[in-house]
Design a protein around this ligand. Structure first.
Ligand code: BDR
Ligand code: CA
Length: 311
């Protein structure tokens, strides 16, 4: 199996992304889950990640707390989307499994140093603060990363927290800039893709019909999570942003995109955190990312539902 570290700020859609990975041990080995401040503050994301591991009966997974604020600005959170806890919807018990003592950044550094070169993939599902901090603290690990598959940004879809910026990039544009310039091969799942991965009513019914603890919890999470997008954008259902990352590891053919240059706006007030994607290749800036543009949504939901049924 492919060895990954999930870096996350759960978040209902983060939770589903984690569950999809944990449901797929033949293809994915989760070396650890590192938490970052994003959708809600760090204490809550570190709590929610453990709740999700316990839901999947995977108390063996190490969960690490990382950076509690972006590199150069105040934390922006998204309770308006995810609720007060970050994981509103299902009524899940407080986690019993402990948080690991090591800092998430040190776990990332140590794991990359001790694993064979280019054998570990990083899967960021939140602001890129932990990853950028690890790269700054230990530049020797950058060349050791196999690939980074992340959720963030938007091009044709614009932004979801400002007209120009997607939440994960907007929260810590400086960190995103470090990651996008790092030279590590990047696969990016922007809003252009994730706004097509919508939990319509029949898809939500299919989760519930799994009739398992996980299936019902995921249906309840997406029930809660869709309120925001339905009311705000008239969307058909909850966009499953982050699970696109783990689905890509299982079946990259579900996605199509372009290998292009993507840079992060870090200075402008108006467009801070924008992913400036050279989709039409109008510059000679070197490609640094496989920037996805489309998804086979039915194939994605078939895969997700089938895998969740294994938990
Ligand atoms: C991203 O922001 C968060 O609210 C979601 O968990 C996802 O990672 C979407 O913009
Ligand atoms: Ca997230």
């Amino acid at each position: 199996p492919r060895q990954i570290i999930i870096d996350t700020d759960p978040g209902q859609d983060d939770a589903v992304a984690i569950l999809l990975a944990l449901a797929s041990p033949d293809e994915i080995e989760v070396l650890g889950i590192t938490c970052v401040a994003g959708n809600v503050p760090l204490d809550l994301t570190a709590r929610n990640a453990r709740i999700v591991c316990e839901l999947a009966n995977r108390t063996d997974i190490g969960v690490f707390a990382g950076c509690d604020r972006p590199l150069g600005r105040d934390l922006v959170t998204a309770e308006h989307v995810h609720g007060k806890t970050g994981l509103d919807g299902p009524d899940l018990p407080d986690p019993q499994m402990p948080l690991q003592e090591a800092h998430a950044v040190d776990f990332i550094i140590d794991t990359l140093r001790s694993a064979p070169e280019k054998s570990v993939t990083l899967c960021p599902l939140g602001p890129l603060t932990n990853i950028a901090t690890a790269f700054e603290k230990a530049p020797d690990i950058v060349g050791r990363v196999q690939e980074i598959v992340l959720m963030g940004g938007g091009y044709f879809e614009g932004g979801n927290i400002t007209p120009a910026a997607e939440f994960n990039i907007y929260v810590d544009p400086q960190a995103a800039d470090i990651v996008f310039r790092s030279g590590v091969p990047l696969v990016v799942m922007p809003l252009d893709v994730t706004h097509k991965a919508l939990v319509t009513k029949p898809r939500n019914d299919a989760f519930r019909a799994l009739n398992s603890k996980v299936g019902v919890a995921v249906a309840q999470m997406t029930d809660f999570f869709e309120r925001f997008d339905k009311e705000k954008y008239g969307s058909e259902g909850a966009p499953l942003h982050d699970p696109c990352v783990t689905a890509y590891l299982l079946n990259p053919d579900l996605f199509t995109g372009r290998h292009i240059n993507v840079e992060i706006e870090t200075r402008s007030d108006l467009t801070l955190g924008m992913t400036v994607a050279d989709w039409w290749r109008v510059t000679d800036r070197a490609p640094n990312a496989l920037f996805m543009g489309d998804i086979d949504a039915d194939g994605f939901f078939d895969l997700l539902t089938e895998r969740l049924g294994r938990l």
